[in-house]
Design a protein around this ligand. Structure first.
Ligand code: TYM
Length: 368
């Protein structure tokens, strides 16, 4: 298993990540605490898709005593958005709505330029604009959502990035991020820029409040180094809530834009979705007859995971699907047809909202 901000490989063992990264599991007590503020538990918490955290309890305690928090998350605009990226953003929107709090959203066109030998800035900037449309299409409110385009808004981040960079040694950065002699020096400095938005709220408003970061667990190394230096700079340690990875359509591994055939992108056309789904890896048997007799295994099936993560809100219907699959009463063809329909309905509505986002995107751009 490899889980870094730039690479996720192998079968991800989430319990092991909690131990190795030194994060905390989300306990039932913590879930109860969250429910006090959100009425119903969000599906992604209820199903333990968000499974781990740092200081979420502290942030909620502070909130109860009158200290608000801000949300912070982001995207490295290497290409188009796939439905895996939407998992933490859908949850972020839910938290924004329930706590009526600000979101700072960082688009790291600089990061993607630095880490990919073939990338150019024109392209990563264009991707950043396109990716922002996907975020807006999820329903974030402009008055509470502040998008940062790194290269364009560097003046806002630079001072804070310098404060951070000055306090992280090369030795810490190398052991946290695996830098090598051949790593370019832009990349070595870059983590200070992902740290900066954790603290930007104070710079903009004068208000010192903690940031809560919803993201998949691959981003955790950034927060480890940022948390170490935050108190030295007079800021709260940024808190995190970590989700699992939505798998790709192949056997094992996360959905990843670098593997387009096994990813569903938000701009995919219905026939492309159908084709990708049709070719997906499932837990099915070699022949229909065998499957009717022996049943299939939803625990290894990517399609089942899509119902679990995003497309079946009813626990009863999800359990029914699982049961029919295991009993051989529902074959993979039927299940694939259903998910392709659900996906295409979702994507058609998303694409419509994304188109409308073009008219309002400027309202989301962070202001000085
Ligand atoms: P990036 O572009 O790799 O990923 C964007 C967000 O999507 C999450 N993610 C996934 N979540 C569920 N299932 C998947 N298959 C999946 N693939 C990616 C990532 O964890 C991330 O939350 N350096 C960052 C950009 C960034 C950022 C941030 C991310 C800047 N500031 C603050 C999170 C929080 C990056 O390249 O993300």
């Amino acid at each position: 298993m490899v889980v870094t901000p730039w690479e996720v490989k192998g079968k991800v063992d989430y319990e092991r990540l909690i131990r190795e990264f030194g994060t905390q599991p989300i306990t039932n007590d913590l879930l109860k605490k969250i429910t006090n503020h959100t009425d119903q538990l969000h599906l992604q918490l209820q199903r333990k898709i968000f499974f781990s955290h740092r200081d979420l309890d502290t942030v909620l305690d502070l909130y109860d005593k009158g200290t608000k928090f801000v949300l912070y998350t982001g995207r490295g605009p290497s290409g188009p958005i796939h439905i895996g990226h939407l998992v933490p953003w859908i949850f972020t929107r839910h938290i924004q709505e329930k706590f009526n709090t600000r979101l700072y959203f960082q688009l790291t066109d600089d990061e993607k330029y630095l880490i990919d030998d073939d990338a150019n800035l024109k392209e990563t900037r264009l991707n950043a604009y396109e990716n922002a449309l996907d975020l807006i299409a999820l329903g974030f409110k402009p008055e509470n959502t502040f998008i940062i385009y790194d290269t364009e808004d560097i003046d806002l981040l630079y001072e804070t990035a310098l404060e951070v960079a000055k306090r992280i040694t090369y030795s810490t950065a190398r052991s946290t991020f695996g830098f090598q002699d051949s790593t370019n020096i832009g990349w070595v400095f870059w983590p200070a820029l992902q740290a900066a938005p954790c603290f930007i709220h104070k710079k903009l408003t004068g208000e010192n409040v903690p940031a809560l970061i919803p993201a998949a667990i691959d981003q955790d190394p950034y927060w480890r180094v940022t948390r170490d230096i935050a108190p030295k700079l007079g800021y709260y340690k940024p808190a995190q809530i970590h989700c699992r990875f939505l798998p790709g359509l192949a056997a094992g591994g996360k959905m990843s834009a670098s593997q387009p055939e096994t990813s569903i992108f938000t701009m995919d056309k219905p026939d492309v979705v159908k084709k990708k789904i049709w070719n997906a890896f499932t837990g099915g048997k070699g022949t229909a007859a065998e499957q009717r007799k022996l049943g299939a295994d939803p625990s290894v099936c990517s399609i089942y995971q899509y119902y679990y993560y995003l497309f079946e809100e009813s626990d009863i219907k999800l359990a029914e699907r699982e049961h029919k699959c295991r009993a051989g009463e529902m074959l993979c063809g039927e299940c694939k047809k259903d998910i392709a329909e659900k996906l295409n309905t979702f994507l058609a509505a998303h694409q419509e909202r994304r188109e409308k986002a073009k008219d309002v995107i400027d309202q989301y751009h962070i202001k000085r």
